[in-house]
Design a protein around this ligand. Structure first.
Ligand SMILES: [Zn+2]
Length: 145
């Protein structure tokens, strides 16, 4: 096993490996494959294969200097696009985290409205009938949770 790892490390030594440009092409290939599955387009399939082959070829390329220059050029040309995506991704992460939080809240808490002021209230589930005091208008009412 160690011998295999050593050989693998030796194989990858001096090769480009995965860089931003290669990763982008892998993503494009995946998206194109999805397009292929939906549209059954031969062109999308060929493009997907081409992108995949290109990213793999980059990974194994021994001309590190040239690949590095290409990657730097790619990075400098895509500054704006990457800034856009890096702003978008935390937004998506935040939103899914909030959705997950709300979902967990719904599982452990009963959420209901105060009958007189419509204030949103919550109480732990599974306690049966409880007396609730509204946090806003202090109306008391009975609620089954
Ligand atoms: Zn109220």
């Amino acid at each position: 096993m160690n011998n295999f790892r050593y050989k693998l490390a030796q194989f990858f030594a001096g090769r480009t490996g995965v860089d931003a440009l290669g990763r982008t092409f892998t993503w494009i290939a995946l998206i194109l494959m999805l397009v292929t599955m939906i549209t059954h387009s031969n062109i999308a399939y060929l493009l997907a294969m081409a992108c995949l082959l290109y990213s793999v070829w980059r990974m194994f390329s021994k001309n590190y200097q040239k690949r590095y220059t290409e990657n730097q050029l790619f990075l400098s040309k895509t500054v704006k696009i990457r800034a856009f995506f890096s702003r978008l991704i935390p937004n998506i992460k935040n939103r899914t985290a909030r959705m997950k939080y709300n979902w967990n809240q719904r599982k452990t808490y009963a959420i209901f409205k105060c009958p007189s002021c419509k204030q949103k209230l919550r109480a732990p589930r599974g306690r049966g009938k409880i007396q609730v005091t509204c946090s806003k208008c202090h109306t008391q009412f009975i609620k089954k949770v």
